[in-house]
Design a protein around this ligand. Structure first.
Ligand code: XMP
Length: 521
């Protein structure tokens, strides 16, 4: 019997020229229900088959077409009548390749919110212009002469060619960044491009992929055993449930308790996965080993490295106890994959050595299985929901792999861990009680190494300072602090000081990221 060959999945390709916000372009397109993939210019050139590509978006980036060497794609791509949208550098590249002129100039540079005005109607800008539209700019180079047959759709005061088009060639360019939320109504640009210009169909959503993912896992793993490091975070939880659904008995989950988790959290999670989801899960209590290795260590990077290495060592030791394990499952997400292969090859300067249980070494004697590697966090949350993962776990704030170690500034002692766990427990419970938890992207309490004088009753105290942090964010890359009401701040400060011995001062962190980071270390 002949089997029907399934039609390749329609997609929008995003060519990444190294912008910090390329990821957001892919998210905006997927939010519209159309699959999108980010690839480097080199990968793009190697693509053999363009059949499923409904449109191409060229991202922004640090390169400049005013130099002799610049990042590019072959000009012939622009001549194939595939819809193309160039963003910032992408617009400059299109202009350069098709004979326009670009100049680098301090006078023409625009950064930040800029007012834009419409010059002519375009398919790209239908319903985009409101009474006053601000767009987000970040450029020094500007197009000073359009390529032949291109028209100006919109301008700003300093740059005439802010939106350009050649509607016959289906090529469009925007000098600003519609993918960032600072651009008013930026989503409309993607909507118009994807549906009106590319004629893509709205047929992508993560839930529709669930059965396919499960079948793929079954096909790859067959009857072999899989091991999975489970932290109780959304990513590793979804991986565990997904694989469990595919292969049941052959999945072994290992939870390594570092002793650096929130109060009661790890044991609760262990119980949930063992008894509610009925996974084969083993809890390893290694808190003494972690504490011992962290004794007198106050340097943040040293702490992170010690925890990361120790975690791997313990996990490897445990994994060896199970015979015939061929696969290691990891909760790697799409942003991790994109970030590990920059388009320019340049490494952005390292701020922190991130560690999470998904960062296990590839050198171990296992084949890797990463079922979430094409998805964003919000897609993984939806998948988790459809797999029956409880709302409590799905909506948990992110928690860093090194745990409370990077929220106790300076050296770590069992006493400090206990103090912090108590304060954090009160803080998080108050957020839940006041219906604030789900309005905040991440909140936590930290312990500063600073002891100050206080007075309680008639007695002098000399105790630690507790710092509270709460931020709103889309993906953790940038963040704003959350504005609590004075009542809430008063209440939480009182509650912590009255209930936690060892803290006599509470402060609230009012910095955004950048310039700060979300965690303290
Ligand atoms: P920063 O402090 O870099 O944090 O602004 C951004 C987000 O990443 C989380 N974070 C980590 N997550 N392992 C993780 O799994 C880590 O080592 C790590 N360090 C920071 C942080 O909690 C925030 O959500």
């Amino acid at each position: 019997m002949k089997t029907l060959k399934s039609r390749p999945r329609e997609k929008i390709i995003i060519i990444d020229f190294g912008s910090q916000v390329t990821k957001l372009i892919a998210r905006r397109v997927r939010d519209l229900g159309v699959y999108s993939e980010i690839i480097t210019p080199k990968e793009f050139v190697r693509l053999g088959d363009f059949q499923a590509i409904k449109g191409i978006i060229l991202s922004g980036g640090p390169s400049t077409v005013t130099k002799k060497r610049f990042q590019t794609i072959p000009k012939r791509i622009l001549l194939q009548n595939i819809p193309i949208l160039g963003i910032c550098y992408g617009l400059q590249l299109i202009s350069k390749l098709l004979g326009g002129k670009i100049k680098s100039s301090n006078k023409r540079r625009e950064f930040g919110k800029t007012y834009i005005s419409e010059k002519r109607k375009s398919l790209l800008t239908a319903n985009f212009f409101k009474s006053k539209n601000y767009v987000w700019m970040s450029h020094e180079d500007a197009v000073i002469k359009l390529p032949k047959n291109f028209k100006i759709v919109a301008s700003t005061e300093d740059s005439k060619m802010t939106i350009i088009e050649n509607s016959q060639m289906k090529i469009y360019g925007v000098q600003f960044h519609p993918e960032v939320t600072h651009t008013n109504n930026g989503k409309q640009i993607f909507k118009n491009f994807v549906f009106s210009i590319c004629k893509a169909k709205k047929e992508w959503n993560i839930i529709s992929q669930k059965n396919k993912l499960i079948k793929e896992i079954q096909k790859n793993i067959k009857k072999e055993k899989v091991i999975c490091a489970l932290s109780g975070g959304v990513d590793s939880s979804v991986v565990a449930l997904l694989i469990n659904k595919a292969i049941k008995k052959n999945l072994i989950c290992i939870m390594v308790d570092t002793g650096l988790m929130r109060k009661n959290e790890f044991k609760n999670i262990f119980r949930i996965f063992k008894y509610k989801y009925k996974l084969n899960v083993k809890l390893i209590n290694s808190s003494d080993i972690f504490l011992n290795k962290l004794k007198n260590i106050s340097n943040p990077e040293k702490k992170r490295k010690i925890i990361g290495k120790l975690f791997i060592k313990i996990f490897e030791k445990e994994a060896k106890k199970f015979k015939n394990v061929k696969f290691l499952a990891q909760g790697t997400l799409y942003p991790d994959i994109i970030e590990s292969r920059t388009s320019t090859g340049s490494k952005t300067s390292k701020i922190k050595s991130h560690h999470n249980v998904g960062g296990l070494p590839k050198k171990m004697n296992f084949k890797l299985i990463e079922p979430l590697k094409n998805f964003f966090k919000d897609e993984v949350r939806k998948l988790g929901k459809s797999l029956g993962l409880s709302k409590k776990i799905i909506s948990r704030h992110p928690f860093p792999g090194p745990g409370l170690a990077i929220r106790i500034v300076g050296n770590i002692t069992p006493e400090k861990i206990k103090i912090l766990q108590e304060a954090d427990h009160i803080y998080i419970n108050q957020l839940i009680k006041n219906n604030l938890y789900n309005k905040i992207w991440q909140a936590y309490a930290a312990l500063l190494p600073l002891r100050t004088v206080g007075v309680m009753g008639d007695t002098r105290t000399y105790e630690y300072t507790c710092l509270l942090r709460a931020v709103t964010s889309e993906d953790g890359m940038t963040a704003d602090y959350y504005s609590f009401s004075k009542d809430f701040i008063d209440e939480i400060s009182n509650k912590i000081i009255n209930n936690v011995r060892g803290i006599n001062r509470v402060v609230y962190d009012i910095t955004s990221k950048p310039p700060s980071t979300i965690e303290l270390e």
